[in-house]
Design a binder for this molecule. Structure first.
Ligand SMILES: *Cc1c(COP(=O)(O)O)cnc(C)c1O
Length: 394
């Protein structure tokens, strides 16, 4: 079996599993309790905070634990909106291919009178920083642009975006859920004010994540209750999961240079192989993408059928994002980079990690090629394309 859907979720690492099971047994106390057992849990929690902060160049006091990436995105955006509102600023800039955790939060804010500008994402899967600069207005409260896209893997010019935001005195948040643990990040060097991350995207457990918030930016609670996380996020902390998140992250960064070089090599081998399929296209810039991301559109087929047949052959991949599968609408990301509906329907995302072997990569190329050809064999759309009743787009 080849698991090639790491952008949807990753398998927990051995060290994360052993840390978590150990702590479930040994540090189950409430970190807010003053007796020894509670204090032990508190220590574990604060050690995790220090480790995570260290990895992204932040201070421990700038890390807030959340239930994952979605919560971190919600809290970051709502907090920046509230800060802006107090200063009479009710304009937010984002991009058209963000994760729904961002887009749906922005929809909610629109109902509260905020104005949202969604920047175009060009065919290469990147925004244009000069377009960003000219979109910033005196009443812009926040720029929220994802670090790396979850479908096509493109990595935005984060440092430049941050620089513009600093110059214009606008808060810059980035949904870095796909990037943390996969590329080097330094929040200070990259001028990032807020950053969201999720443990299950870097071999940590599900239901744990964090929000980095630059000192001086005031968070708004979205969960009210106890005084956990310096009063900014109520709820008894999931100490074992948080600690497992920290060890998983540390392990990723300890070997990142080595693994990402290897993963990139396998990614490029797969891209080269799949490029040979006629009437296909790689989605997103070839180089400015996550080490493990491959995303293609194949004309004349349905992504869902492709997935099911690949699953039969032991390859687990994705078409569109997990959140949109089950709906008939093609991916908003592929539409955002200009793919027409028919073509966007025939998409395949392979997100690989360092466990992939060369044989796996070859197996993927061979099977995707065969299945695409097989499906085209009885596709009415493909027949029309071949008969000239329809024009090829790719
Ligand atoms: C997975 C993902 C999220 C959501 O994270 P959860 O921890 O599953 O809530 C948000 N943004 C991006 C880019 C993601 O890939």
């Amino acid at each position: 079996m080849v698991y090639a859907d790491n952008a949807a979720t990753t398998k927990m690492s051995e060290v994360a599993i052993s840390t978590m099971t150990y702590l479930i047994k040994e540090a189950w106390g409430n970190p807010s309790s003053l007796y020894t057992h509670g204090q032990k849990a508190k220590e574990v929690l604060e050690k995790a905070r220090e480790e995570i902060a260290g990895v992204i160049g932040a201070a421990p006091g700038e890390i807030f634990f959340t239930s994952g990436g979605s919560e971190a995105d919600n809290q970051a955006i709502i907090s920046a909106a509230k800060i802006g509102e107090k200063q009479g600023k009710k304009h937010i800039i984002s991009s058209s291919f963000e994760h729904h955790a961002v887009l749906h939060t922005l929809e909610k804010l629109k109902k509260e009178g905020f104005e949202v500008t969604l920047l175009d994402v060009h065919e290469n899967g990147l925004i244009d920083v000069t377009e960003l600069e000219s979109a910033i207005r005196p009443d812009t409260a926040l720029v929220t642009i994802m670090y790396a896209n979850n479908e096509i893997g493109t990595i935005q010019p984060i440092k430049e975006i941050g620089e513009i935001c600093r110059k214009k005195n606008v808060i810059f948040h980035t949904d870095a859920v796909q990037a943390v643990g996969h590329v080097h990040i330094d929040v200070n060097k990259e001028n990032i004010d807020m950053l969201s991350a999720s443990a299950h995207k870097f071999n940590g457990p599900k239901g744990a994540g964090f929000l980095y918030v630059k000192k001086g930016i005031r968070l708004t609670n979205i969960i009210e209750g106890g005084a956990q996380e310096r009063g900014k996020r109520a709820g008894t902390e999931n100490t074992p999961a948080i600690s497992a998140m920290a060890v998983a992250l540390k392990e990723k960064y300890d070997k990142l240079d080595e693994t990402s070089a290897y993963v990139k090599k396998m990614r490029d081998r797969i891209i080269d192989g799949l490029c040979k399929i006629p009437h296909s296209v790689l989605n997103g810039d070839r180089d400015r993408r996550l080490p493990g991301n491959v995303n293609f559109c194949f004309e004349g087929i349905e992504g869902e059928s492709l997935l099911l047949l690949l699953d039969d052959r032991g390859i687990q991949a994705s078409s569109g994002s997990a959140c949109t599968s089950g709906s008939l609408d093609p991916s908003h990301v592929l539409l955002a980079i200009g793919r027409v509906h028919d073509v966007a329907h025939g998409s395949l995302r392979l997100s690989i990690d360092e466990e992939i072997t060369e044989e796996d990569a070859n197996y993927i190329i061979k099977n995707v090629t065969e299945v695409v050809e097989y499906l085209r064999g009885f596709s009415p759309v493909w027949r029309d394309l071949m008969n000239g009743k329809r024009e090829f787009v790719l």
